[in-house]
Write a protein that binds this ligand. Structure first.
Ligand code: NAG
Ligand code: NAG
Ligand code: NAG
Ligand code: NAG
Ligand code: NAG
Ligand code: NAG
Length: 521
């Protein structure tokens, strides 16, 4: 537990994990360090992407006296997946990240996103997840006892995950974990309650998720006994947009010449001598190092070409983690006709069909706004992204009519949902760790890529965070630690970068000779 809970820093710890987790089978390698290049005094760093990771990486360079960097951002503003939208008659809503997740208890560790929100006076409100009203196809039905059971079940699988970490047992998927603690949801109520606890957080199903990584990820953020910040979730209702945490932070140090907006990266050419980034309009920009902060979804697709292609160990890691989608579907009505709690849960016969509802029209949030939103995730998000808006609206309205059978549900005055999965700039919402993904794969996802002893390509973002994948604070902490490592490399003139495993192997092979041998024994 101790080794796993500390942030991955360098070779020493990596080697330790290697020995303890995989019986010394894998070969850990770092690039050839033979070249004796002189220390570069003013290297040019190209930061690809202007989200939390890109801006915090730039700030880290700035704080270390390195000003020769350029942030290249495809959109006409910074913020990445912190993205606001003007909805209805002028209300700012959040299409992407919306919460500070885990804040601080006393003088314990504080979430850096919470620090930014306080520093820039961004308005956030405690979101009480236990303030919930439950529904099914017959309307209002009280099954909060089942919701409480599902919360207990999540605690049980988090404990089971902890036991498996301590005993160094192989990972399972979270569905297997649930079954092993006796949670086998059969009714639509139990399925909705499980969805609310699990899918709504990870953006993915229990069967698609690692039991161990889900447990650790939950604890590192929310459990103060495990180094977490706090169990509090705070919803941003700031009408400047939640992105203000990052736009205001950038205003404090970024020069106009250090930011290129409206510039989509198409190709990254890298060699021993440097990097060349080609934009969609054909312009090329050269530099010494590249920091890629693209989402995992972008790396998994062919929207950006690496030249030469990334090494096999890197490609395997990229393709083996999961990019999930989390879709909020917003409706504005002329008046409020729904629950007075903060949340609503709807149990459909089909698991994952418009299950979670949140009211922004609430005294704590945007009182009188007439805004209600539903959330879908994963495959269901992909499904609705492929449909025309009016069909999704009509499905959502049917659900509302069955939740409120005795109400004359009015037509919405506005309707909107983002298509994160189809957007080539994101290809999803955030990463999730599947059961087949190993610690070595994750190290490889995070590792830098070198050519002939020069670590030219670096990667940082929520997906590269072992402790906080999927979270804004994961993007933040990775930007700081990866950039610091890059700076150490730059200052030394030669470096080993963030190490990787050339091959990720089974402890025991699946091979038929071994099976025969085992049978004989
Ligand atoms: C980016 O593009 C938008 C719209 O396409 C335009 O309004 C804006 O001025 C551009 N910004 C820059 C910095 O080029
Ligand atoms: C922060 O916001 C509050 C309430 O919106 C306001 O009263 C206060 O003046 C703001 N402080 C700063 C430093 O902007
Ligand atoms: C729902 O049932 C629980 C007991 O299972 C009770 O504590 C709660 O007050 C009920 N809620 C409503 C809205 O009736
Ligand atoms: C998470 O924290 C709980 C309570 O502190 C602990 O029992 C459990 O083992 C931890 N799980 C993991 C995966 O670290
Ligand atoms: C292409 O984009 C870059 C950066 O946004 C800009 O400086 C350049 O003028 C553009 N070139 C053309 C041909 O439009
Ligand atoms: C926006 O619309 C709501 C509901 O229709 C209404 O109550 C509110 O006054 C409107 N706000 C503005 C600023 O027009």
């Amino acid at each position: 537990m101790a080794a796993l809970s500390s942030t991955l820093r360098g070779l020493a710890l990596l080697t330790l994990c290697l020995v303890s987790l995989s019986a010394g089978v894998q070969a850990f390698s770092q690039s050839d360090t033979a070249s004796g290049d002189s220390v570069q005094s003013n290297p040019r760093v190209l930061i690809l992407g202007g989200g939390v990771a890109g801006i915090i990486a730039a700030r880290t360079l700035h704080q270390n006296g390195l000003e020769n960097f350029l942030i290249i951002e495809a959109r006409d503003e910074i913020g990445g997946r912190l993205r606001s939208h003007t909805f209805g008659n002028g209300t700012t809503i959040e299409l992407g990240a919306n919460w500070v997740q885990g804040t601080q208890v006393g003088h314990g560790p504080s979430n850096p996103i919470w620090d930014l929100a306080r520093k820039h006076n961004v308005s956030t409100v405690f979101n009480d997840y236990s303030s919930i009203t439950t529904y099914d196809g017959a309307g209002l039905v009280n099954y909060t006892n089942i919701v409480d059971d599902a919360t207990d079940n999540l605690d049980k699988i988090t404990e089971l995950a902890g036991e498996r970490v301590t005993s160094n047992l192989i990972d399972l998927n979270a569905r297997a974990g649930y079954s092993l603690v006796g949670a086998k949801p059969q009714s639509s109520h139990a399925k909705a309650a499980e969805y609310w606890n699990f899918d709504w957080e990870y953006g993915d199903t229990p069967s698609g998720s690692s039991l161990i990584a889900a447990g650790l990820n939950n604890n590192f953020t929310f459990d103060t006994d495990q180094g977490g910040f706090s169990d509090e979730n705070r919803l941003s209702i700031d009408q400047r947009g939640f992105k203000t945490i990052i736009t205001e932070e950038a205003n404090g140090f970024l020069r106009p010449s250090q930011l290129l907006l409206n510039s989509t990266v198409k190709r990254i050419k890298y060699s021993h001598s440097g990097v060349q980034v080609t934009l969609a309009n054909g312009t090329s920009i050269t530099g010494d190092y590249v920091l890629c902060t693209f989402s995992l979804g972008v790396l998994q697709n062919d929207d950006v070409i690496f030249d030469p292609v990334l090494p096999d160990w890197k490609m395997e890691a990229i393709q083996s983690m999961t990019m999930t989608t989390y879709t909020k579907i917003f409706l504005q009505f002329p008046h409020k006709f729904w629950f007075n709690t903060e949340m609503g849960l709807y149990a459909d016969d089909e698991r994952g069909r418009y299950p979670v509802w949140q009211s922004l029209d609430h005294p704590k949030f945007l009182d009188g706004s007439g805004i209600l939103f539903a959330t879908v995730t994963g495959q269901y998000s992909e499904r609705i992204e492929a449909l025309p808006d009016r069909q999704v609206q009509s499905e959502v309205m049917d659900i509302l009519r069955s939740m409120f059978p005795d109400t004359n549900v009015p037509s919405p005055s506005d309707f909107f949902f983002p298509r994160w999965h189809s957007d080539p700039l994101y290809r999803g919402s955030y990463s999730n760790w599947p059961a087949s993904f190993t610690r070595e794969h994750h190290d490889n996802l995070r590792a830098s890529v070198g050519v002939g002893g020069r670590e030219r390509l670096w990667f940082a973002g929520e997906a590269t965070s072992f402790k906080y994948f999927g979270f804004l604070h994961g993007a933040y902490t990775e930007a700081v630690s990866v950039t610091q490592e890059m700076i150490r490399c730059i200052r030394r003139g030669q470096c080993t970068g963030l190490g990787h495993f050339d091959e990720v192997r089974n402890v025991r092979p699946y091979d038929t000779i071994w099976i025969r041998g085992a049978r004989r024994r």
